[in-house]
Design a protein around this ligand. Structure first.
Ligand code: 1HE
Length: 258
């Protein structure tokens, strides 16, 4: 159990389930909760190989805790945003792949947090919005970098200029989520996926978390070289050799069969 009551950590074998736990405030992200998110991912037990990020109550997360948005000068605003960046980097580039289980509001900083995860599962109640536009502020938790990579800059611009809200179905089509499930089933599906992800060779998961997003940002010429280096390292691991041998000798599942 985490010392901060606003976040819960449950360990289920190799899967950690991290829950934002401020349902009375729709899991709004106070400074304390953002620091707790960072700390929780930084200190996951070494036995954990995949994580699920969930929210207690009817909403995944209502974004920045607006009650803390007091008068900040430019310097304090800069440091506040950088604090969010550091916490969400720990989600994206932390020890293990993270699967977000989305439901209800996934708005503002809540959408920024979801965008830092590696896979998003949404249930039918999920809706996505960036109310920063109407609150007179801007995204500050990495959303300007990560959200266009999911849905494109044009859709994000529209959301912020017009207050457009995407429902679960349209959101999945737009690219917010990779899985759409019936109401109440996001957590179960996310845990199922996390258990599957936990079975991968650790170097494969490392490559997907740390190399792929960087390769995707590199000019093609550099990306091809980084890809080749990562491929060489991954295939040299004894576990990779064993997995290939298992397939060639008929002991491993064929693609599409479990
Ligand atoms: C909050 C927050 C919050 C709820 N900060 N306290 N985010 C927003 O602009 C979204 C604002 N929230 C909402 O639009 C709605 O609360 C919801 C659609 C998410 C949920 O509606 P509902 O009817 O279930 O709940 P509620 O009655 O609006 O809220 C319940 C309580 O949570 C209430 O407090 P109470 O003491 O009166 O019970 C709300 O004030 C409180 N609450 N959301 C503080 N966000 C790194 S930069 C990121 C910038 C942003 O994220 S800006 C977007 C902020």
């Amino acid at each position: 159990m985490s010392p901060n009551q606003d976040i819960q950590l449950e360990i289920d074998g190799e899967v950690a389930i991290v829950r934002l736990n401020r349902p009375g405030k729709r899991n709004a992200l106070s400074d304390g909760l953002i620091l707790a998110v960072r700390n929780t991912f930084e200190t996951l037990p070494k036995t954990v190989r995949a994580a699920v990020l969930d929210g207690t109550g009817d909403h995944f997360c209502a974004g920045l805790d607006l009650s803390e948005l007091k008068e900040r000068d430019a310097g304090a605003g800069l440091h506040h945003s950088r604090m969010w960046h550091a916490a969400l980097e720990e989600v994206q580039y932390g020890p293990v792949p993270v699967i977000a289980a989305l439901h209800g509001a996934v708005v503002g900083g809540g959408l920024e947090l979801a965008a830092a995860c590696h896979i998003r599962v949404a249930d039918a109640t999920t809706f996505y919005a960036l109310p920063e536009g109407s609150r007179g502020i801007f995204v500050g938790g990495g959303g300007a970098v990560r959200i266009p990579r999911l849905i494109g800059a044009a859709r994000m611009t529209d959301m912020m200029l017009t207050g457009r809200v995407y429902n679960a179905e349209d959101g999945e089509r737009a690219g917010f989520a990779q899985y759409l499930v019936p109401q109440g089933q996001a957590t179960a599906k996310a845990v199922e996926l996390a258990k599957r992800v936990a079975q991968n060779a650790p170097l494969t998961n490392y490559a997907l978390m740390h190399a792929l997003p960087r390769i995707a940002e590199q000019p093609a010429d550099q990306g091809f070289l980084t890809e080749a280096l990562m491929a060489a390292i991954a295939q040299s691991a004894p576990e990779a050799k064993q997995r290939v041998r298992d397939f060639l000798e008929g002991r491993a599942a064929k693609v599409g069969k479990s």
